[in-house]
Ligand binder design. Sequence first.
Ligand SMILES: [Zn+2]
Ligand SMILES: [Zn+2]
Length: 174
Amino acid sequence: MVECINGCGGMAPTHYEGVEIDVCGTCSGVWLDFGELTEIVETRDASWSANVIEKTLASLGGKGVPAEERERELTCRVCSLALPASNYQTNSGVIVNACPDGHGVWLDSGELETLQIYMERWQDIAARDSGQYQDLLRQIEADYAEKEKQSLREGPAYFDFINIFINRLINLME
Ligand SMILES: [Zn+2]
Ligand SMILES: [Zn+2]
């Protein structure tokens, strides 16, 4: 059995949005291997009430990483490197701990759902206003192809096309 990196004990494999993820029965934290977060964000089986979505989005935002998050000592379960805390998409307000070598990401209880709600909102905006963003999309496509050639070591989210698109869209709107 896989140990929870939060130090609780064993984690149970759980099917979630078509992906087998590891969930801790004690702290409800989740470990996602490389690529699993992207798959989950792209699959939209789970749904939330308008009330939950509104509350979640209202609770988000803010740049940077709070001190108590920076001080946590979590290590990658694959390579044992420290997992630095980062603000997902720079300013989502969701603090994630990702392996610098791209093995995976640690999410505390509730953070996976929060990320999904956050990303789905931007997917909806992107789909609704896609005509308006054709130039941006083309530009990112070109940058993306170039970056993929240069390096594969900057972590899964960084190279995920839809994430880059959403990130730029957010910057554009702020
Ligand atoms: Zn745990
Ligand atoms: Zn690692």
